[in-house]
Design a binder for this molecule. Structure first.
Ligand code: SD4
Length: 331
């Protein structure tokens, strides 16, 4: 069993709302005493995370960087036309456009993001190019496409026959109910700790099926869909993006860890806050899903979601690659 002592945590952190924080003290390697650090380790959202983890592992096991690993890992799902919620083959918006959101963050807080990007199969790599080759951190729409093409990414048609057929069916009723659970709405989010002890994360999605044109979810928004702090941990979100943005979910999870919570407790606190916001707004949450996964510097991880149905994949040397059902709030 890992011992993971936080010397500054004498006062206890359980707070009724799960959100209020004790006075800040940064978590760093000097006040962490982990007798056993699990590294490398990689986590990703949903069942397609198993294969994505395998690809990431090819880099991690050779002492490669977490940044390279997460980019490589999510690329597999982006390229798979059978995965209807990410990249090529992703479900279009209500006008039939496949618009993609992605972001990436490394251990130095370098960030890159694209939103509402069309025609490029690997938005995560465009996000990385924004991070490494532009003076900006986020490009959207046509500008993102132009940038991608200038960087040499091929322009492709991403609407597969199967997605088009489904969309045409949907047009008959054009009923837009963002039912968010396993089938309709899955983002690949991946976070990894490499052999050098560095964290990075990536997140990529086609967003909500049949969304309004121009709609952007949480996934390309650093802090909402993804956040990494190399002194603390990393978190990534999936599910109903509007609700995740509302609480800046992934940053919230990382901040909870900074203040001493375990990755599991941090994810729980974020989901609890989201439920609270639903209640305050008297909004129905019965058909929505929100999930977080989190990883800290010791390689400890956690996950939590609003309701049953979210799973995630974890891969490390000792226990191999496994799919785990996340615990959930509404029972
Ligand atoms: C979005 N959060 O666009 C994304 C979609 C998603 O599981 O995560 N689906 O709102």
């Amino acid at each position: 069993m890992k011992l993971y002592r936080r010397n500054f945590l004498k006062t206890g952190l359980a707070v009724a709302s799960g959100i209020a924080l004790r006075p800040f003290k940064a978590l760093s390697n000097t006040n962490l005493q982990a007798t056993e650090i699990t590294k490398p380790i990689v986590l990703s959202t949903w069942r397609f995370g198993i294969e994505a983890n395998n690809d990431a592992w090819g880099i991690l096991k050779q002492n490669g960087s977490a940044l390279d690993a997460v980019e490589k890992g999510v690329q597999r799902v982006e390229a798979d036309p059978e995965e209807r919620s990410v990249g090529y083959g992703g479900r279009p918006d209500r006008d039939g456009n496949v618009t993609l959101d992605a972001c990436i963050m490394d251990e130095k807080a370098n960030i890159g993001s694209v939103a509402c990007l069309q025609h490029i199969k690997h938005p995560i790599s465009v996000a990385r190019a924004v991070m490494e080759k532009s003076p900006h951190v986020m490009l959207v729409g046509e500008g993102a496409l132009q940038f991608a093409m200038r960087q040499g990414f091929p322009k492709e048609d991403l609407l597969t026959k199967a997605s088009e057929k489904e969309w045409r069916e949907w047009l008959k009723t054009s009923e837009y109910k963002p039912v968010v659970n396993i089938e309709n709405h899955d983002t690949i989010g991946m976070i990894a700790l490499d052999a050098h002890g560095n964290l990075s994360g990536a997140c990529t999605t086609s967003g909500m099926a049949y969304k309004m044109q121009g709609r952007v979810g949480d996934s390309p928004i650093i802090g909402a869909g993804l956040y990494v702090d190399n002194e603390v941990g990393a978190a990534v979100a999936t599910g109903h993006g509007e609700e995740i943005i509302r609480v800046v979910g992934s940053h919230l999870v990382v901040e909870q860890m900074r203040h001493g919570k375990s990755p599991q407790d941090a994810c729980e606190a974020a989901v609890q806050l989201i439920l609270k916001k639903f209640k305050i707004r008297q909004q129905d949450y019965s058909a929505t899903q929100i999930g977080f996964i989190a990883l800290n510097k010791a390689g400890e991880f956690g996950a939590y979601c609003l309701q049953k149905g979210f799973n995630f994949a974890v891969l490390d040397e000792k226990k191999g690659n496994r799919l785990i059902d996340a615990d959930y709030l509404i029972k």
